[in-house]
Write a protein that binds this ligand. Structure first.
Ligand code: HEM
Length: 367
């Protein structure tokens, strides 16, 4: 019995050593970063679906059997007949034929397929890494939680889509769209952070005395994260109300700094979410505030003479910010929504870069 226990302890120790080895950490981190990249791709697909107004084309929630698209003409006709029962078809698309329906079906089908693939991409390696002792003990429940949250994101997606079937609705609820987008962003960033945690163990963080020197730059990294998150939430209201369809001039709206239609809804706060002019103005303003905070962070980082990895992170964040701003303004003035797709994907990368910048300046808990 005693020898069995000793053998068990030895095995646990060898598993822990294996999990902590640099090669293993790189492998696990690569899996997490690839998963992050696939989620960013998912943002692009989701944006395409939204631009095409295709999100309401599949009226069933079938996580497993839904992977099989209609295979016969009769099956297509059945699917189309279902779509004909919802207000979006009756109020907007009553002229649509089967070919038109197929054109909105496929983007939504690919969106859901990608969600399933993400589940496999995360779930299968999770089981394998766990089984073969490649995951540090403290990470296991966290990664399992992320997997479960991925499933919940799918449910939120369906809850969002279902809001578009209500009487009088021709698209999904702005609120639910915003929650769907924000939850996806949080998940993407959580996966990215997990990759960083695996790649950079406690021992590779800055010694506390050095970390203290960079307090200001670290504070700016946190401020950038907060400002970018706020701009993202405002972006979801702009996107959800299709506010890019009005006032396509920059920086003024209808020749004014504050558009005349800003406060038409009551109570006042509803304008922030549901009023096109207000949603667009808020996003411009908050995007600009985020841009200024990020620029200040990059200046602070350059002046602080940071360690190379941290400096790189701040510079990447600054570069992505410039790209983000240009993409936002270009989407607005051109009304080319394909540019908006890249703007949405880049938002997640920008937030990830800000998190990375913060991460590189974290100190060890002890000397
Ligand atoms: C740091 C700055 C910015 C961030 C993080 C950001 C983020 C976002 C996000 C996440 C969305 C999409 C949300 C969704 O689809 O639910 C969005 C949409 C949009 N943003 Fe930005 N944005 C920024 C700056 C700007 C600026 C400065 C402009 C233009 C003045 C702009 C114009 C737009 C437009 C027109 C859309 C709608 C695109 C569409 O519906 O497809 N953004 N933004």
């Amino acid at each position: 019995m005693a020898s069995q226990t000793a053998a068990g302890i030895a095995m646990n120790q060898s598993r822990a050593a294996r999990a902590a080895s640099p090669e293993n950490r790189r492998l696990v981190a690569a899996w997490l970063f690839v998963s992050f990249a696939l989620i960013v791709e998912m943002f692009g697909i989701g944006a395409y679906v939204q631009n095409d107004n295709a999100g309401l084309s599949i009226m069933a929630w079938q996580p497993v059997s839904g992977i099989i698209p209609p295979l016969t003409h009769a099956a297509w006709e059945r699917m189309f007949a279902l779509y004909k029962t919802i207000p979006q078809y009756q109020l907007l698309n009553s002229h649509m034929d089967l070919a038109g329906f197929k054109a909105i079906f496929w983007p939504e089908w690919i969106h859901r397929l990608w969600g399933r693939l993400l589940g496999l991409d995360f779930g299968i390696p999770l089981v394998w890494f766990w089984w073969t002792g490649r995951l540090e003990r403290r990470l296991r429940p966290w990664l399992l939680l992320l997997f479960v949250l991925g499933g919940i994101q799918g449910l939120i997606g369906w809850w969002m889509v279902a809001s578009g079937f209500h009487p009088g609705m021709t698209e999904v609820s702005v609120w639910r769209l915003s929650i769907h987008y924000c939850f996806a962003t949080a998940l993407a960033i959580a996966v990215f952070c997990s990759g960083l945690v695996v790649l950079r163990p406690e021992s590779e963080r800055l010694p506390p005395a050095e970390a203290a020197k960079y307090r200001t730059a670290r504070g700016f990294a946190i401020a950038s994260i907060v400002a970018i998150c706020i701009a993202i939430v405002a972006g979801t209201f702009l996107s959800g109300t299709h506010a890019y369809t009005i006032d396509n001039t920059f920086p003024l709206m209808q020749g004014r700094w504050i558009p005349p239609g800003y406060a038409t809804l009551h109570p006042f706060w509803r304008n922030w979410v549901l009023n096109k002019a207000a949603a667009q103005w808020d996003h411009r303003l908050l995007g600009t505030v985020a841009a200024l905070v990020v620029i200040a962070a990059v200046v602070a980082a350059i002046r602080a003479d940071l360690p190379p990895r941290a400096r790189d992170a701040f510079l990447v964040m600054g570069g992505l910010l410039i790209v983000q701003y240009i993409l936002g303004v270009t989407t607005l003035v051109s009304k080319i929504l394909d540019i908006g797709i890249v703007h949405q994907m880049n938002a997640v990368l920008l937030l990830a870069a800000a998190v990375w910048a913060y991460f590189e300046l974290r100190g060890r808990r002890s000397a």
